[in-house]
Design a binder for this molecule. Structure first.
Ligand code: FES
Ligand SMILES: [Fe+2]
Length: 439
């Protein structure tokens, strides 16, 4: 069967696709369109790696929870009575019913709606009616999921043994994030976008700004166009803006020195399992935030930040997240695949817990740049999905400014290679067990 035209793919075919992919080229169509590659992604990537899923600001009080659908697994992320963030499988240990259906809420205990087995917020079983006297409750707590919080960001990992390098990455990024005190922030707004595109197209699009000039006029007003420029690249026409950039960079250097905030870029996007990149960029105009001409969009600054001209702290994490931390708010993005051609992109805006809506910020102004940017990006990735689904599509070469896209793809292919080798039989089985109706 020709994989490019056939309805399904075998492990051997997927392995061949991985091995023949030329460096610096986009992926072949089945990576974006096939049910089998999607199933593999859900196991090899979303079932094996640390995923950014929520912020602590979404769970301010004990009993507050959110649910997340990661492939076929539903997860409860809840703040327990001791204020620890827990992640639990949303599957009752009696006869398996889904316990919580809402995307978020607050509970005293977790009560299964079927026969009322009742669990503490730490997942322990505390009540099960009509069991024999020797019933051992200890054996039937909700199954835990690995969970880690880093400076107010919540990560879960469905694997039995999560990637061991997460602590190293957390130690690198935590000092950058610390001044914003995200663990004490509040959610000002959240938007879920369902995008008709494969999750990798969503991530690839995020990993380059090659499309920004043509597509993101609102976002671009905040940034200088000189990232990675040397003085020699600057034409006379660009000189005034370049001088503003140099002044804003010098100011940012100074703020970082005074506040002991890390300033250097750290980039390991494809050289470790928990790939990341973190950098701080100076902003144009007022240099503060995403308001008109770089103006603040919230009057209260985040956490310990004292100078509004603190730039944009940009964090990229493989496989599913990116973040922008400004002096006055943070905007965080989490990507969860829903189907081969469908992806949920959740955007959350955080402000200081004491910031008052209508007084310190206005939701429309706070969210305006990224609402526009998200809509523009959604259009772009949907066009890409339609194009890669066309029989005439063939992989094309990345440009020089698309090196982080290459890093994302390289990271992804390494993970798939690692997965296919030891799990070969498991995956072969997975494909054959998938009911035809769901393909
Ligand atoms: S399935 Fe949950 S109590 Fe019966
Ligand atoms: Fe974009």
């Amino acid at each position: 069967m020709n994989f490019l035209t056939g309805p399904s793919a075998s492990v051997a075919e997927i392995t061949a696709l991985v091995e023949r992919r030329p460096v610096g080229y986009s992926l072949e169509a089945p990576f974006y369109t096939s049910q089998e590659v999607y199933d593999l992604d859900m196991d090899a990537i979303f079932g094996s790696h640390w995923l950014f899923c929520a912020t602590e600001a979404e769970l301010p009080e004990p009993g507050d929870y959110v649910t997340r659908q990661i492939g076929t697994s539903s997860i409860i992320i809840v703040r327990d009575d001791d204020e620890t963030v827990r992640a639990l499988h949303n599957v009752c240990r009696h006869r398996g019913a889904r316990i919580l259906e809402d995307p978020c809420g607050a509970v005293g205990n977790l009560v299964c709606p079927y026969h009322q087995w009742t669990y503490g917020t730490d997942g322990s079983l505390i009540f099960a009616e009509s069991q024999p006297p020797d019933f051992d409750r200890e054996r039937f707590g909700l199954k835990p999921v690995h969970v880690r919080t880093v400076a107010g960001l919540i990560f879960v990992c469905l694997a039995e043994t999560p990637p061991a390098d997460f602590d190293e990455v957390a130690a690198v990024i935590e000092p950058y994030l610390a001044p914003y005190q995200l663990q004490d922030a509040k959610v000002a707004h959240q938007i879920d976008l369902m995008e008709e595109a494969n999750w990798k197209l969503v991530m690839e699009n995020n990993r380059e700004c090659h499309h920004c000039d043509a597509s993101h006029p609102e976002l671009l007003t905040a940034y200088f166009p000189f990232h990675r420029y040397s003085e020699d690249d600057v034409t006379p026409r660009m000189r005034p803006a370049f001088e503003r950039y140099q002044a804003a960079s010098a100011h940012l250097d100074n703020v970082c020195t005074i506040t002991k905030a890390p300033r250097d870029t750290s980039r390991e996007l494809d050289s470790r399992p928990t790939g990341y990149m973190i950098m701080r960029l100076p902003l144009d105009g007022d240099g503060a935030s995403f308001g008109p001409d770089g103006a603040q969009v919230c009057r209260k600054l985040m956490g310990e930040v004292t100078d509004p001209r603190f730039g944009d702290l940009s964090l990229h994490l493989q496989p599913n997240a990116w973040f922008h931390m400004l002096s006055d708010h943070a905007v965080v993005f989490s990507v969860l695949p829903v189907a081969p051609g469908k992806t949920l992109v959740r955007t959350t805006w955080l402000v200081h817990a004491d910031a008052v809506e209508g007084v310190d910020y206005d939701v429309d102004t706070l969210t305006s740049v990224w609402r526009a940017t998200n809509d523009q990006d959604r259009e772009l990735v949907q066009k890409a999905q339609r194009g890669v689904s066309d029989p005439s599509y063939e992989p094309g070469p990345y440009g020089l400014v698309e090196d982080d896209v290459e890093a994302f793809i390289n990271w992804y292919l390494q993970r798939v290679r690692e997965y296919l080798t030891p799990h070969h039989e498991h995956f072969e089985q997975l494909i054959h067990l998938t009911p035809a109706s769901s393909r």
